[in-house]
Design a protein around this ligand. Sequence first.
Ligand SMILES: NC(=O)c1ccc[n+]([C@@H]2O[C@H](COP(=O)([O-])OP(=O)(O)OC[C@H]3O[C@@H](n4cnc5c(N)ncnc54)[C@H](O)[C@@H]3O)[C@@H](O)[C@H]2O)c1
Length: 431
Amino acid sequence: MNVAKSSGKLGILVPGMGAVGTTLIAGVYAINKGMSKPIGSLTQMGRIRLGKRDMDNKPLIKDVVDIHALQDVVFGGWDVFADNVYESAVHAEVIDKTMLDELKPELEQIKPMKAVFDKSYAKRLEGTHIKQGETKMDLAEALMEDIRQFKETNGCDRMVMIWCGSTEIYIEEGDVHQSVTALEEGLRTNHKDIPPSMIYTYAAVKMGIPYANGAPNLSCDIPAILELAEQTQTPVAGKDFKTGQTLMKTILAPGLKCRALGINGWFSTNILGNRDGEVLDDPDNFKTKEISKLSVLEQILEPEKNPDLYKDLYHKVRINYYPPRGDNKEGWDNIDIFGWMNYPMQIKIDFLCKDSILAAPLALDLVLFLDLAKRAGMSGIQEWLSFYLKSPQAPKGVTPMHDIFKQQIKLENTIRYIGGEELITHLGQDY
Ligand SMILES: NC(=O)c1ccc[n+]([C@@H]2O[C@H](COP(=O)([O-])OP(=O)(O)OC[C@H]3O[C@@H](n4cnc5c(N)ncnc54)[C@H](O)[C@@H]3O)[C@@H](O)[C@H]2O)c1
C-alpha cells in the first residue's frame, strides 16, 4: 500500500479542553519529557504478530506502520471557558498537581480559541468564551478560519481533529442530515438539529481534516458528513470513547457468549463527579449517552439468534452525578447469568477507574491512526478503529461490531494491510 511519509508537524485540534482533552495533552508532554510512559496506547507500546506463529515475530506496531512521532505534534483547540490547558487540567483534578506544575510552562501556552456553543444543547454548561455569528454557516466558516490560522502559525503539515467536548442533548437523524446540500442549507438557516459538535465536524471534514468523535453526539455519523468525507477524501471515526464500564462489558459478554452461558439481567450503574457527570445529569444529555451504552449487549449477544440464552435479558444503565468523586468514577455491574439446567449465578464488578486516564490513550491512538489512514488514502468510516469506540459507526445496512476481540482482529489486520504484511486469518497451519 502506498502511504505518504509522516514528515513535518501534525496539528491535533481538540474541541473541548476539559478532563480528557487536557489529560491527553499533558500526557503527551510528560511522555516527550521522559516523565511518563505511554501506557494504554497501542500506537506507542503495542506489538503485533507477523508471519507464522513459530516465527515468534512480534514487532512494535509503530515499526510496522509509519506512525507520526509524538515529538512532532502540536496541540490547539476550543473551549467555552477561556482557561489555558494548565488551568483547565488543575480544575479537572485528574493529574497530580506536582506533575502538572512541571509541565506548566508548556501547558499554559495552549489557550483555547473561542468555542461554537449553544447552551440549549448542553444545559448545565455556563460558557463565556464563545463565538458570535448570525448563522451556523458563519460559525463553521469562523472555525475554518481558526484552523487555517493555527496551521500557519504552527507550521503544521497535516492536522487531525478529535471531539473531546461535552455530550450534547439527544438528536435523531433527520432530513437535514441526509446530504451535503441539506446540511449546508441547514447551516445557513440555523436548523435546530445541527448542534455545535456537528458544526466542528463539518468544518474539519470540509477541509479534509480527519475527524474522531469521543462523545456519543451524532457528529460524523450522518450521511451528509459521510458524503462530504468522500468528496474531500477524509477518514472519520465515531462515536464515544470505549472506556470503563463498556470496556468491561465488551470484554466479558463475548466470553460468556462463547461458552453458551445465559444472561437474564445486566444492571450497570456509575457514580461520577466531574464536569462530564454534571452535563450528563441533565436527562436530555443522559439519553444520548444511554443509547450509546445500551447498544453494546444486544449486538454481541444477538438474542434473536440465541433466544434460549438471551431473549429475557434486562439491560439497565445508570449514571449518577456525585461531586465528591470527581474524575474517579466507580462503576458497578451486577450480572445475572444462568448455566446448565438453568441454575442461576451472579457476577459482580466494581471498577474504580479514572475515566480520563482510560480515555487519553484512546484519543491519542485515534488521532495517530486517523492520520495514518489519511496518508494511506483511506476515507469515510474507519471501522477498524471500532476497537476504541463505545458505539462504533458502520456503513448503512451493516451492524456495528462491539465484541472487543473481533475488533482487535480487524484493527490488527488493517495494520498488517497498511504495512504491506500478510494478513493473519487463523486458517491453515499458522494458527
Ligand atoms: N472520560 C471518559 O472516560 C469518557 C469516555 C467516553 C466518552 N467521554 C466523552 O468525552 C467527552 C469529554 O469528557 P470529559 O470528561 O473531558 O468532559 P469535560 O466536561 O471535563 O470536558 C468537556 C469540555 O468540553 C467543553 N465544551 C462543551 N461544549 C463545547 C463546544 N461546543 N465547543 C468547545 N468546547 C466545548 C466544556 O467546556 C468542557 O471543558 C464527553 O462528551 C464525554 O461524555 C468521556
